[in-house]
Design a protein around this ligand. Sequence first.
Ligand SMILES: C[S@@+](CC[C@H](N)C(=O)[O-])C[C@H]1O[C@@H](n2cnc3c(N)ncnc32)[C@H](O)[C@@H]1O
Length: 233
Amino acid sequence: MAETGPDQYLREEFNRWAEAGRGEGMEEHHVPIVEPTLALMDLQPTDRVLDVGCGTGWLARRLAASVPRGQVVGIDVSDEMIRRAQLASADIPNVKFLEGSAEQIPAPDDSFTQALSVESAYYWPSPERGVAEIFRVLCTGGSAWILINYYRDNPYCHQWGALYLIPAHLRWAEEWVSVFCQAGFVEVTHRRIPDLSATPEVYTGQWFRDADQMRQFKAQGALLISGRKPPRA
Ligand SMILES: C[S@@+](CC[C@H](N)C(=O)[O-])C[C@H]1O[C@@H](n2cnc3c(N)ncnc32)[C@H](O)[C@@H]1O
């Protein structure tokens, strides 16, 4: 019987994004907020890193270069994103991609030393379930990092909600912090990652009213929530 429900709906929508080439296009937009995040993660050569909602895998490939004696696993609910990620990464030995949802991560407990998710978590049907799954698959002492551009504290992104064809969670930073704490993470913090890239003089896309609104959005920055998995009590 064909699968129905939120995962199927997400898969169909993000497969359309992938087929339109939007997966590859995201690298350019996300690099300015991802690079400062990678610096904070302080990756070690042997780290085992999970990328949740990896899209076509540009970030997983970067991560793989930072952990030459470790491994990177990218998961995504869209099989077309995963197919493209695999195609583009065939010659990289320490990266692999799996179809799967954040709410049911296809990995055993205690598999990873770091987990990162970029511009994905507000789409998850249950962020609570996704963050709890990340907690499960992290080793003791491992860190989780969720980076999102769509959150309530930044007033310059609220208009996106009306443009999404899938329901998206517009939450306060403190609500995301609670989700991490409820999952069991400690040392939970949130911070802003401003996008310091140049803004065009004229904006003609659909996401911002004009270049000035885009500039203000980027100055507010993305929201980065992080936490560490403590030793078992
Ligand atoms: C805006 S794209 C970001 C992709 C990539 N992280 C990047 O920065 O280029 C969001 C991605 O999250 C994936 N996604 C959405 N909901 C998901 C879920 N519940 N589980 C896993 N992946 C999900 C989508 O399929 C899509 O590839």
